[in-house]
Design a protein around this ligand. Structure first.
Ligand code: HSE
Length: 339
């Protein structure tokens, strides 16, 4: 399967690393032969119909700052749109940073890929939080797939769990920890007694935060994920502006420690219930299933007939999110085989 990778930051690089490590297993167990035919970053692209060498790609990026320096096949200044339009591939993997104002540049990349008959796998939350129903329609019209497992829960299959494992059920509400960065920060404050600023610097160093970390802290990243979940698994048609949002930016070490003394932990909780969507820090009893630690995410789906189910797992990080991209690529491959 020929892949165009748009965006070569933390997730993009983790994806090529993981493909390299997993290649034999992917071939053996899924008959999946990924071939990365183009990678685009801010400096240009590296393009090869035979497939790029993933080791060289990573080295060039780290040493020279852009894949456009890839020996022989690097093209400086070429835009992602031109690559998407002109290069033959079955799938475009879109991993540019989230922009919640207009979804760009991811929105245009995704639309162009779908229009040009390419399947899309994305980790970019902006376009989906802003226009999920329209993008699904566009994919259907062009007879291709759009998969976005990595937009919620990092490597944890929150979306697939709800959409596929609970598909005989009616989901009444969703409640959960949807942001790894803020959960990491709250855990650091609780356990290491460090100030928020210091914990945030550490989260940034470890590659958990958004390009603009205020998206995490102010609850906007959680709100995007909540909108994606509510629309996709509950069939609602909500927008980001429909979510009542309060972040953790005003919490102090004192607030966190006081709650802890009373046997409670503060967690940034996203909730969709009765058509109302909210994100806010809430004190929870420390044995609550949503009181997860570090970058873990935890989401409880309340179902009409079979009660509550909570899925827990790592919610941020390059490799974790890249594993969701691979899951989606295998799905795309399976769908292509059926055609
Ligand atoms: N910044 C996000 C988080 C990354 O911390 O959850 C994963 O979406």
């Amino acid at each position: 399967m020929r892949i165009i990778l748009v965006g070569y930051g933390t997730v993009g690089r983790s994806l090529t690393d993981l493909l390299k490590i997993q290649i034999n297993k992917l071939r053996r167990t899924h008959g999946f032969y990924p071939r990365v035919v183009a990678v685009v970053d801010r400096g240009g692209a590296a393009i090869s119909s035979e497939g790029l060498d993933l080791e060289t790609l990573h080295r060039v990026k780290v040493e020279k700052g852009s894949v456009s320096f890839y020996p022989g096949v690097g093209v400086a200044g070429i835009s992602a749109l031109d690559v998407i339009r002109e290069i033959d591939a079955e799938v475009v993997v879109e991993t540019t940073p989230t922009n919640i104002v207009n979804g760009e540049p991811g929105m245009t990349h995704i639309k162009e890929a779908l229009i040009s008959g390419k399947n899309v796998v994305t980790t970019n939350k902006g376009p989906l939080a802003l226009a999920l129903p329209a993008l699904m329609d566009l994919a259907e019209y062009n007879n291709v797939l759009i998969r976005f497992s990595g937009t919620v829960g990092g490597g944890t299959p929150v979306i697939d769990f709800a959409k596929e494992c609970l598909n005989g059920e009616e989901i009444v509400s969703i409640r959960g920890v949807l942001n790894g960065t803020t959960n990491f920060i709250l855990t650091e404050m609780e356990e290491k007694h460090v100030a928020m600023k210091q914990a945030l610097s550490r989260a940034k160093e470890l590659g958990y935060t958004e390009e603009d970390p205020s998206m995490d802290i102010k609850g906007i990243d959680s709100a995007c994920k909540l909108v994606i979940l509510a629309n996709w698994v509950m069939g609602l048609r909500k927008k980001l502006e429909d979510v009542e949002i309060e972040g953790i930016e005003n919490l102090t070490l004192k607030n966190v420690e006081e709650r802890k003394r009373r046997g409670e932990l503060i967690r940034l909780i996203g909730e969709a219930r009765d058509e109302e969507l909210s994100v806010k820090p809430l004190p929870l009893p420390k044995h609550d299933p949503l009181c997860v630690k570090g970058t873990l995410n935890a989401v409880t789906f309340q179902t009409k007939f079979s009660g509550e189910k909570t899925i827990v797992g790592p919610g941020a990080g390059g490799v974790e999110t890249a594993s969701a991209v691979i899951r989606d690529l295998i799905r795309v491959k399976a769908a292509l085989m059926k055609r």
